[in-house]
Write a protein that binds this ligand. Structure first.
Ligand SMILES: CCCCCCCCCCCCCC(=O)SCCNC(=O)CCNC(=O)[C@H](O)C(C)(C)COP(=O)(O)OP(=O)(O)OC[C@H]1O[C@@H](n2cnc3c(N)ncnc32)[C@H](O)[C@@H]1OP(=O)(O)O
Length: 221
């Protein structure tokens, strides 16, 4: 697992997010524009050349592999490459879950980049978002990371592209397992339901063990 510590405080976390997030948002807009544009072939080729120049500039300094999940010493995670939530990831819609009293919720707009059946959201995208939300719900409730053991999605009816709401709730726990139920709504009601078994890995017995596992991974880097 690519965990590590970074010795930074909340102000530096905020500065780094505000430096990169506008770029991520522009790239997300670019993805949408490439899908929907009707400009001619010359304009497409010109756009490609300009984008290739920007990519080459960004790659002059880059990390190997993925972004990983750095943690501050206060155990604030920075999963900025995450496929559902990452502030550096233009593929992420992005989902911004909020957890309160054991219930996680999120509102997100799914545009042209998330299409499966015409005009509707891809089922894999819905599963991705539900997976993230049930993970956050199980992990935030216990302040311990939980991984997905089993995720069962029932697609009730097609989900229209546009704004959707998600909700998840822990319905029970047993040793290292948390059972989580959730759903997605579009403007006309529930479109998908999820049942998940989330599991706290055995090496994470408590906060001290999480700190020790991250410290060990940091030392290995
Ligand atoms: C720092 C705090 C905040 C952090 C916030 C972070 C937010 C994170 C948000 C992330 C969101 C993104 C989320 C993601 O994308 S998570 C990424 C997708 N998931 C994975 O990659 C998980 C891969 N699998 C594993 O790592 C292991 O198999 C796990 C850890 C799951 C279990 O391996 P472990 O060695 O621990 O298991 P055990 O053999 O001791 O069994 C223990 C119990 O569990 C039961 N069982 C076992 N497997 C399954 C299964 N597949 N379904 C149902 N039940 C299962 C088993 O019967 C037993 O029950 P019982 O017999 O005792 O009753």
């Amino acid at each position: 697992m690519d965990f590590r510590f970074e010795d930074i405080g909340p102000a530096e976390v905020k500065r780094r997010i505000s430096a990169v997030e506008p770029l991520t948002e522009s790239v997300r807009d670019l993805v949408d524009a490439v899908i929907r544009t009707e400009v001619d072939d010359t304009a497409l080729d010109d756009a490609r050349r300009q984008i290739d120049d920007i990519v080459a500039r960004l790659r002059t300094e880059e990390k190997p592999g993925g972004f990983g999940v750095p943690f501050t010493r206060d155990l604030v995670g920075m999963p900025w490459g995450n496929a559902a939530t990452g502030v550096r990831n233009a593929i992420a819609p992005p989902l911004r879950p909020v957890t309160h009293a054991g219930v996680s919720t999120a509102e997100v707009t799914l545009g042209a980049a998330y299409e499966g059946p015409g005009g509707h959201v891809h089922g894999g995208v819905l599963a991705l978002l539900l997976d993230q939300l049930v993970g956050e719900c199980a992990s935030s409730g216990t302040s311990m990371p939980h991984f997905t053991g089993t995720l069962t999605v029932r697609y009730v009816r097609p989900t229209k592209l546009g704004q959707v709401s998600l909700r998840a709730e822990v319905t029970g726990t047993q040793d290292r397992k948390a059972f989580v139920s959730g759903e997605i709504h579009d403007s006309e009601g529930v479109t998908a339901e999820v049942e998940a078994i989330m599991i706290r890995p055995k090496e994470f017995a408590g906060r001290d063990e999480v700190m020790a596992a991250i410290a060990e991974a940091t030392a290995r880097d």
